[in-house]
Design a protein. Structure first.
Length: 89
């Protein structure tokens, strides 16, 4: 993935739409994750939390949860939209 669009906060749907190529597909994914209501417009409580994060924060949050390390143990690569663990952690 090399998209550099919609990196800021409040861009959850737009960011995922640009990544998967379709707004309808993005809405379906977010509904399946429990981030968007059945109406396709209303963010759930978890969706509001994710939408309040930037792309960087979401990537670091995913990796932090997966590895059980603190948020500040990671750096973000915007080209790949991934977080990498810092060497000193």
């Amino acid at each position: 993935m090399s998209s550099q669009e919609f990196l800021g906060k409040g861009e959850l749907i737009n960011r995922l739409s640009s990544q998967v190529g379709s707004r309808a597909k993005a809405i379906s994914i977010l509904q399946n994750r429990g981030h968007l209501g059945l109406d396709g417009k209303t963010l759930t409580e978890e969706g509001l939390k994710r939408n309040a994060m930037s792309a960087e924060e979401r990537a670091i949050d995913r990796k932090s949860k997966r590895l059980g390390k603190p948020f500040d143990a990671f750096s973000y690569n915007p080209i790949t939209n991934t977080a990498e663990k810092l060497k000193n952690f």
